[in-house]
Design a protein around this ligand. Structure first.
Ligand code: BES
Ligand code: ZN
Ligand code: MN
Length: 511
């Protein structure tokens, strides 16, 4: 999306396909509104059509000006919008513009918008750009007939005031940041929405290498021979039943002068999860195209880091595999040796995510990670607890999680911590191996997390289970139906904030 910027003249004199006015409930009462508008607005609110409620949208055709045929009214309630409300309002606006087949949308940004909302110009600009970019995303389709209209490609933000040079700079900075975060999220959504036949482990590796090359970042892809040489027995076992062999994908982003305080970002990259020999039931299995949502999220983070270039150090790792039932697939009862040397007794081949993530976390340590965040569509159990409303978290370091929760608050994404009592860890014990990969029904989201945490070996670690939040059955908030790209913006907010202060030290682990 191309976001332009202007200020000064009356926006109603501009030319475009649609013009959005942000209107508060007070303005409906006539406050600070030109007389010719006051009458129309009070008639609309009298008829119960538009009252300025937050997020409310009303379309007004303009019959006498073909240069600007439609006005979109967008309600801002009491006018005090937080970042998330502002994002939502812009997402609704851009969706309305898309329904009207507008190519150029103009948004009149009221003078007092960010001051009334107690936002800085920078965060207001960021929220506006994010909302526009996030709201404009639709899953692509593969029908014979392709639509001629491809969405609002241009948005012009029109500041309703005289230009103040200093603030303009922060508005522009915020807009650039919002664009980067929004487009990184859309990249993650796009990859997550790709079906299993269009995105195999090597295809995911190619997509990652393309992102790395675009930003001049070093990337490494290990093929099945190299995985065997390294000893990544977990990833190999999960991928062995597929005709599309597994890959370990690494991208290194160095924003600091030295390679220290390295954050390991690890994303589950199962390009399709049939469950393997412990086959899933058929209804809903098609949604397992999204079982690389964690991989897409960490790759989205790299995309935005490449654009914004903050002073942080990140090693991104994606263990990529397709989990298939086959004559040569891994089986319940198999005992496999992970990269860390830990052995794993396989009780259920559908609990494959934790196995591949274990190897990736060990590898992240080899790359110098000093704290680790893993993102994974890991368990049905987390969906039973939190539905598609919040991402579940498990950690060995509360201070580390707190920072991520703060970042999530700013990004407008919801995370809820799951209890990680030591009793849960007991359930992962095996008679014949160091760990078993399934621990029964009780506390399934926690035990799955704790399995992964073993491989962090005491490093500060946070696990984010996005099984419920990565893929939605229908549009909600800034998210479309299908892939959401959840956690891209939380992780970026976390990294951008940590760029501003020294890294945390490994404190006493909880486990
Ligand atoms: N990819 C699934 C988890 C999942 C479920 C993601 C629903 C998105 C929506 C994962 O690999 C899985 O199958 N987990 C099993 C683990 C069990 C066998 C211990 C599960 O949750 O049923
Ligand atoms: Zn899975
Ligand atoms: Mn599975």
């Amino acid at each position: 999306m191309n976001i332009e910027w202007g200020s000064g003249t009356d926006p109603a004199l501009l030319e475009g396909d649609a013009l959005c006015f942000i209107i508060s409930e007070a303005q409906i009462q006539g406050e600070g509104i030109p007389a010719e508008w006051a009458g129309r607005l009070s008639r609309l609110s009298g008829a119960g059509l538009f009252s300025g409620k937050p997020g409310q949208i009303y379309i007004l055709p303009v019959l006498d000006r073909p240069e600007l045929p439609v006005i979109i009214l967008a309600g801002s309630g009491d006018g005090r919008l937080g970042m998330q409300e502002l994002r939502l309002l812009m997402a609704q606006t851009v969706r309305a513009a898309a329904r009207l087949k507008a190519a150029l949308l103009i948004v009149a940004v009221p003078d007092e918008l960010h001051r009334q909302s107690a936002l800085t110009a920078e965060s207001a600009g960021q929220a506006i750009a994010e909302g526009l970019v996030l709201g404009a995303y639709r899953r692509r389709h593969y029908k014979l007939e392709q639509p001629a209209y491809s969405g609002p490609g241009r948005v012009r933000l029109h500041m309703q005031r005289q230009s103040e040079a200093l603030e303009d700079a922060s508005w522009k900075l915020g807009i650039a940041r919002g664009l980067a975060l929004g487009e990184a999220t859309n990249l993650a959504r796009e990859l997550t929405n790709l079906p299993g036949n269009m995105l195999t482990p090597s295809g995911l590796a190619a997509a990652a290498v393309a992102v790395a090359e675009r930003h001049g970042l070093p990337a490494e892809v290990l093929d099945e021979q190299e995985l065997a040489l390294k000893g990544m027995g977990g990833l190999l076992a999960v991928g062995q039943g597929s005709n599309h062999p597994p890959r370990m994908i690494a991208i290194r982003y160095q924003g600091g002068s030295e390679w220290k305080d390295v954050v390991g970002l690890v994303g589950k990259g199962i390009t399709f999860d049939t469950g393997g020999i412990s086959l899933k039931r058929a209804p809903g299995m098609e949604d397992m195209i999204s079982d690389m949502g964690g991989a897409a999220a960490v790759l989205g983070v790299i995309e935005a880091l490449g654009r914004l270039r903050p002073p942080v150090n990140v090693i991104m790792l994606i263990p990529a595999a397709e989990n298939m039932p086959a004559a040569n697939a891994f089986k319940p009862g198999d005992i496999i040796t992970s990269l860390s040397g830990r052995t794993i007794e396989v009780l259920n081949t559908d609990a494959e995510g934790r196995i591949v993530l274990g190897d990736a976390i060990t590898y992240a340590r080899e790359w110098g990670a000093e704290r680790i965040i893993d993102v994974a569509t890991l368990t049905g159990a987390v969906v039973s607890i939190l539905g598609d409303i919040a991402t579940g978290a498990v950690t060995n370091n509360r201070a580390f999680l707190e920072e991520i929760l703060e970042a999530a608050g700013c990004a407008g994404e919801q995370i809820w911590e799951l209890p990680a009592y030591p009793e849960f860890r007991e359930l992962l014990k095996s008679d014949v191996a160091d760990l078993r990969n399934a621990a029964g029904r009780y506390g399934g989201a926690t035990t799955a997390g704790l399995f992964i945490g073993e491989f962090a070996e005491g490093l500060p670690w946070v696990h984010l289970d996005i099984a419920g939040t990565a893929f939605l059955p229908k549009e909600r908030g800034v998210n479309p139906k299908g892939a959401t790209g959840v956690m891209v913006r939380t992780l970026l907010e976390y990294l951008l904030r940590s760029a501003a202060r020294p890294g945390i030290k490994a404190e006493q682990p909880l486990l």
